[in-house]
Design a protein around this ligand. Structure first.
Ligand code: MIC
Ligand code: SF4
Length: 638
């Protein structure tokens, strides 16, 4: 057998199961990362599991999301996380040091290793030849405690890149092309592995742009080989010691193969409100733009921002455009500051933000009413920017900078002579904003602020589940719909009772009240329910409000696992057309749940219609037992 890169890493980390596509496997995890908005729960969960110190080779806790401190909540969370890092032996990347994925790529990622992170864009480090997977906090906590990460053995899609990108076409256009072909649910159960002669022309940060946004395919991960380009990047980061070459066997067999001719690609753009709604920039050129945001874990690297600076140098941002730039890391910002590019950006009228997620997840810089925002980030879900009726488009840095100057969507090829930004041979490495773990000594306690509340109580799945359909939803419901982010709600991430009151509020502001009055209920939905973020809050809020089951046409990967981890029953219609028979307010009943769950013969009775429907789960036997126990914490205790 001739393995792919993906298989090589899985085979060398396999601790349970058979590596056959679709079957559940358990893999050993070498590294973990958490970020502040999901991380506070991770450390509360570690505490609940009784773990005393991490068993991974390396674990890092980042503060990069909730850095806007409009009250004490986020600052208290940062202090809590710092105390947790000390307690568990975790590296602590302080606020200001940068976005977790960018910093992990620069300072910690290692080819051939496994990484799990409590953020859906963890696959960014796939750009270094790492198998990097996003997961809910509880799975990350379990990995930190030395448990394997369980997942479905993925099918591997080989994306063969041919030739070289033409001037003004960027790595962002490659991933937008993949999204155009596969769509937001086309990656379910798959890893996208990039090969071909075109790979050699892409730098590690460019590869990382592609693997980062592979998340929007619903994929398990995305990965590039580790080659000479990887070696040079690691050497420039002073980390050549961790380099190892990792390429697929020459006759590796893949489950699916697609070809992309890089020399034929054009600048692309994702139209509102889905990342797979991809068009050619020329199709929409001329539309007026109100805001441009350059940043996020997708496009905020050194070369990205250098190109922007070169485009803006000596010019001024269009009078009707607000240009906002957030560098991905302190390393990037420091380079821009020392070589003068920062001055070019500032002089052109850019509004520089700290190195954090910021506008990407609605933390400040909401666009104006009915406005158009052009962003280099990865998600343009409705309302995520903080302005419900804003239209967000996703582009690469060059197109973003072009629009900032012209005030309208502009083909970057109109900018003239191409700009070449070579990566430095040596990056200025300064890790002093990363506090290393202390070896030995006493285990300090956790410092909890008043907004940090205990996890909700978990209980075993009931014999019979009965409840009203509280919401009937369509396809592609995102976790931003289920539990929105944004500057107002994010500070409640450590307070489940308070954050629960915001569940589904953009779809139905009465939802939380109705759920509490009805003492819970059932959610009915369409395809790809729960796509997007890894936030466990999108499950914990429903648990708190008493939701017992979610019946949909299909689930997104991380969200399905989160439902299992907290004991909410996730099932799918066997016959998708049955979905049409359900209405809000219908009373539903599921009987003999444990027995039928184990046999996968569950039925949902719609009492109002006097009819019953077959539904099934997509879980392994282990997941069924986790669910029956009332979630992973209870299962581990058992
Ligand atoms: C996002 O991009 O939606 C986030 C915020 O990074 C989330 C994590 C979170 O909700 O805290 C993600 O992608 O997992
Ligand atoms: Fe942060 Fe946006 Fe990346 Fe999520 S997608 S980690 S919010 S920059």
């Amino acid at each position: 057998m001739s393995p792919s890169v993906t298989e090589k890493i899985i085979f060398s980390h396999l601790v349970e199961g058979e590596a056959k596509p679709g079957k559940e496997i358990g893999i050993r995890i070498d590294q973990t990362l958490t970020q502040d908005a999901t991380g506070t729960l991770v450390y509360l969960e570690l505490e609940a599991m009784g773990v005393t110190s991490t068993r991974t080779e390396l674990s890092v806790s980042y503060v990069d999301h909730n850095t806007l401190q409009t009250g004490f909540e986020n600052a208290d969370d940062h202090r809590f996380l710092q105390s947790a890092a000390r307690r568990y032996g975790v590296y602590f990347s302080r606020a200001g040091n940068g976005i977790c994925h960018q910093v992990h790529l620069e300072r910690f990622g290692v080819p051939g290793k496994t990484l799990v992170g409590s953020d859906s864009h963890t696959p960014t480090c796939g750009g270094l030849g790492m198998l990097a997977i996003g997961a809910g906090g509880l799975d990350v906590a379990a990995a930190m405690g030395g448990y394997p990460l369980y997942l479905q053995m993925p099918r591997v899609v080989n994306v063969r890149l041919h030739g070289r990108l033409r001037p003004w076409v960027s790595a962002k256009d490659i991933i937008l092309e993949v999204l155009r072909r596969f769509g937001v649910k086309g990656g379910l159960g798959k890893v996208f592995e990039y090969t071909g002669d075109g790979v050699a022309y892409l730098t590690v940060p460019e590869r990382a742009t592609i693997t980062n946004m592979g998340t929007e395919l619903g994929a398990t991960s995305s990965i590039f080989p580790s080659d000479e380009v990887t070696r040079k990047y690691l050497a420039a980061q002073g980390r050549d010691k961790v380099y190892q070459e990792l390429t697929p066997d020459p006759d590796a067999v893949y489950d699916e193969v697609v070809d992309i001719s890089l020399d034929k690609l054009e600048p692309l753009i994702a139209l509102p409100h889905m990342p797979d709604n991809v068009a050619r920039i020329t199709d929409v050129a001329g539309e007026k733009v109100d805001q441009v945001f350059i940043g996020s874990c997708t496009n905020s690297s050194y070369a990205d921002l250098m190109r922007v600076a070169a485009i803006l140098k000596g010019k001024l941002v269009h009078p009707e455009v607000s240009l906002v730039i957030a560098p991905g890391s302190r390393q990037v910002l420091s380079l821009l500051a020392s070589n003068g590019a920062l001055a070019d950006l500032v002089n052109a009228g850019a509004r520089i933000l700290e190195c954090a997620c910021g506008p990407c997840v609605g933390i400040g810089q909401a666009p104006p009413s009915d406005g158009v925002s052009l962003r280099t980030s990865n998600r343009n879900f409705e309302g995520r920017s903080g302005t419900t009726d804003a239209r967000v488009y996703l582009v690469g840095c060059e197109a973003a900078a072009a629009a900032a100057l012209t005030g309208k969507i502009t083909d970057p090829r109109e900018l003239g002579e191409p700009i070449d930004v070579p990566l430095p041979d040596v990056f200025p490495v300064d890790d002093r904003m990363i506090i290393p773990p202390v070896q030995g000594g006493e285990r300090p306690g956790l410092i909890m602020g008043p907004n940090i509340k205990p996890l909700p109580a978990l209980s075993a799945l009931e014999e019979e589940i009965e409840g009203e359909v509280l919401l009937k939803l369509g396809d592609n419901i995102t976790t931003d719909h289920i539990l929105p982010a944004g500057a107002k709600i994010l500070p409640l991430r450590s307070n489940i009772p308070a954050i629960s009151m915001h569940a589904f509020e953009r779809i139905d502001p009465t939802f939380a009240d109705r759920a509490l009055k009805a003492r819970g209920g059932i959610i009915v939905g369409g395809e790809n329910y729960g796509q997007g973020s890894s936030r466990e809050h999108a499950v914990l809020a429903l648990l708190y409000l008493g939701i017992k089951a979610v019946v949909v046409k299909s689930f997104a990967r991380i969200h399905l696992q989160n439902l299992v981890n907290f004991g909410i029953l996730p099932v799918v219609f066997v016959n998708s057309a049955d979905y049409d028979d359900f209405e809000p307010g219908d009373k539903l009943r599921l009987e003999r749940v444990p027995e039928r769950l184990r046999a996968n013969t569950l039925r949902v009775e719609n009492i109002n219609r006097g009819k019953s429907y077959t539904v099934r789960h997509l879980l392994s036997n282990r997941q069924v037992e986790v669910l029956l126990a009332g979630g992973l914490l209870e299962y581990i205790k058992k």
